[in-house]
Design a protein around this ligand. Sequence first.
Ligand SMILES: Nc1nc2c(ncn2[C@@H]2O[C@H](COP(=O)(O)OP(=O)(O)OP(=O)(O)O)[C@@H](O)[C@H]2O)c(=O)[nH]1
Ligand SMILES: [Mg+2]
Length: 359
Amino acid sequence: MNFLLMGLPKSGKSTLFNSLTKAKHQDIYTETRTGIVKVPDPNLDLVSNWYEADKKVNGEMTLNDPETNLNFETSSDFIEKKYLSEIQKFDGVILVIRDFKNDSVIHPYNKIDCVNDFEQFTIESRLIDVQIIEKRIENIRRSFKSLTKQEREKGEKNIELLSEVSDLIEKGESFSSPLFTDIHKSVIGSTFLLAKAPIVVVVNNSEGEIISESKEGVLKKLLRKDGRLISLSLGLEEELSKMSNSDADEFRKDLGFENNQLGNIFSDLLKVSNTICFLTAGKKECRSWLLKKGSSAVEAASKIHTDIARGFVRAEVIHNKDLIKYKNEKEARDKTAIKREGKQYIIKEGDVVNFLFSV
Ligand SMILES: Nc1nc2c(ncn2[C@@H]2O[C@H](COP(=O)(O)OP(=O)(O)OP(=O)(O)O)[C@@H](O)[C@H]2O)c(=O)[nH]1
Ligand SMILES: [Mg+2]
């Protein structure tokens, strides 16, 4: 999974990236930074403790932090134009909006107003989507010369449908509205559009402050139903990420925060992108893997290795909470608690899977 950080200049994108990837703070970056983050998985912790495993490997996702916007005093873009040409490679977006007060950090609109910023984002994201669709239409037109009459007619039909989608987005219709028909959705296919891309909005508060209920309420209303909103102080989180886990936990307690706020972002990222974690486990290594919800056993196998998928014989499956009721794996096998499943079995969150295959 590959997420792009978006937000106005100086909203806190790089600060969030630093906290999640443990990268060093630098004021200016002249290239996109790509970092891998380990996705926490409590089921993995449980199972690797139970196995007393030698090695524990978390699932991973990729974050992309756009280069520093050097025109920040004049730019009010949530994303620089150059990213539009590569936007198709991302699976989702983390939008950072500023709510922290700090006179030494400029705001492109010269006022701290996260609701206004979010409204501006909504307007800009529609324009971006319209541009993405225009580009697809252009590509179809460009291919016309080399097409047969029949293919060209299909192309014309697709252009018509894409234009309808573009008009609906421009009018601010939500992608979940019935005005977007299945035919519209199928012509859009896997094209990345902000109107439907998985999105987590991070409201960046001042240190030690939380967002007011009224502001949060307004933002949640403005956000798509399938998006998630999280509110925390990224400045504070960056400081905490430099401490040892126990020091950070103690500090959090002193501030009155119950749990690791930043950790919550992962469950939101998984949720918006319809992703679950399944496990492979043994004494040598316990490992968590990210998988699209609704995937079959053979699709899960291909996450690990194409050979395992190709030579798939069956999957031995047990949910981690059931597994740890037994003394050890042998007992779970003797009591036939581990089920044999075929290629089409739908993997569930927290399943521990052993793939049997022959190549
Ligand atoms: N006080 C305070 N300052 C913050 C907070 N988050 C970020 N900052 C400061 O705001 C400045 C900008 O933060 P960045 O994370 O670099 O912002 P950005 O979105 O990456 O900005 P560009 O890359 O320039 O577009 C930095 O000096 C941060 O230290 C916060 O929660 N509180
Ligand atoms: Mg930055």
